[in-house]
Design a binder for this molecule. Structure first.
Ligand SMILES: *Cc1c(COP(=O)(O)O)cnc(C)c1O
Length: 380
């Protein structure tokens, strides 16, 4: 059993003061243990949540940690009609000494600000964003899975929605910010397994000047039909190309794409304005460079991927994102063809470079190797 961490409470630098309304009926130890034994992803939630209100008149107010419960919103709330919504996703990791840490939460806070600007939502001060995570994790610390239980963590989901009851199309004058938390298991119960990717030629995820670089629910709503097409074609995920020339690879809709070349280079599509800049993506670029790989951010066409795999110039491909960390891509399919990527007779099809980056990132997140870049922030 991990040691109980020493509580550090809410950091003094925080400007938001969180009211603490701890529930009198938290989950029983047995119920919580049942969840922690088999967490899955995004299905079970902890005892509490963070909420904060904003109005154009009062600014941010009424920040609280309170019982996890359904929200009361008007059926006329702008979010339900015009999708004025943004979110974030990051994980809290238990270390061997029992302490709980977030990985680069400042990057999520900064991205939340960028997303808010694009969706005409108010900004959450970045230190308060991190304070909200800390307040929730402190209240629900017993929901953070123990160290050594595989790739388990407490997934944190900050979000912001337009709650104003108003059907006129304009930025809402009433908004809710919240954070919920959900124990997360290993994305792949038996170790990473290569996924198959459907190269979408008909659906576009994001357009120049659109919302592709913001983390907003609308992008996801727009991606579901393409995901259904991928599923019909026996694939797990989609890869999107650019809207203009329809040939430059963008991302997979919830993960960024990487290609490993036989000469050791690691290439990822450059941030075109319609790609979401993943925290995992930035971290992989740094870790790959640390490991001595030349890294390139540039345009990569779908043909370069296909030809590279055929000629053996591209030896591995993977996708990166908080939920699945680093996921090997084992197959690429499109309307009139498909290709196998990597050697599936070895290591379950997980290439050596993908495996090394994955282990390095996880070791860092779980505190098993030194945090050279100062990426970890203690939450509890
Ligand atoms: C969240 C997200 C990613 C991955 O970002 P991480 O910060 O690495 O989790 C990639 N693409 C899209 C569209 C996303 O929403």
């Amino acid at each position: 059993m991990p040691q109980r961490p020493e509580r550090i409470g809410v950091a003094v630098a925080d400007t938001w003061d969180f009211g603490l309304e701890l529930r009198s009926d938290p989950a029983t130890t047995a119920a919580r243990t049942a969840v922690l034994d088999k967490p899955g992803f995004g299905q079970a939630f902890t005892d509490h949540m963070v909420v904060a209100s904003w109005s154009a008149d009062r600014g941010w107010h009424d920040q609280r940690v309170t019982a996890y419960a359904p929200l009361k919103v008007s059926p006329a709330a702008a979010v339900l009609h015009y999708a004025q919504e943004i979110f974030e996703g990051l994980k809290a990791y238990r270390h061997e000494d029992g302490s709980v840490w977030a990985f680069r939460p400042d990057r999520n806070a900064a991205r939340f600000t960028t997303s808010a600007e694009r969706l005409a939502l108010p900004k959450v001060p970045e230190q308060d964003f991190v304070a909200a995570l800390r307040a929730l994790v402190t209240a629900d610390e017993s929901w953070v899975p123990p160290y050594g239980s595989g790739e388990t963590s407490l997934y944190l989901r900050p979000y912001m929605i337009a709650t104003e009851a108003a059907l006129s199309v304009r930025p809402a004058r009433e908004v809710l910010f919240g954070v919920i938390a959900s124990p997360a298991g290993a994305y792949f119960a038996t170790g990473p397994k290569p996924v198959s990717i459907w190269l979408s030629t008909t659906s576009i995820r994001a357009t120049p000047g659109g919302t592709g670089a913001a983390k907003c629910g609308g992008n996801y709503a727009a991606s579901l039909a393409a995901l259904a097409e991928a599923t019909e074609n026996g694939c797990d995920q989609v890869a999107y190309v650019d809207a203009v020339e329809r040939r430059w690879l963008e991302e997979s809709g919830s993960m960024n794409l990487f290609f490993v070349y036989a000469d050791g280079r690691i290439v990822t599509p450059e941030l075109s304005g319609s790609i979401l800049e993943g925290v995992t993506r930035s971290s992989v670029l740094q870790l790959a460079a640390d490991l001595g790989h030349p890294v390139e951010q540039r345009r990569v066409s779908a043909d370069e991927w296909r030809d590279g795999v055929r000629t053996g110039e591209i030896t591995e491909a993977f996708a990166s994102g908080t939920a699945a960390v680093i996921t090997p891509i084992g197959r690429l399919a499109w309307p009139d063809g498909d290709l196998t990527i990597g050697d599936h007779t070895q290591d379950h099809g997980v290439g050596p470079v993908t495996a090394k980056l994955r282990t390095t990132l996880l070791d860092l997140q779980y505190g098993r190797i030194p945090d050279q870049h100062g990426w970890l922030t203690r939450l509890s």
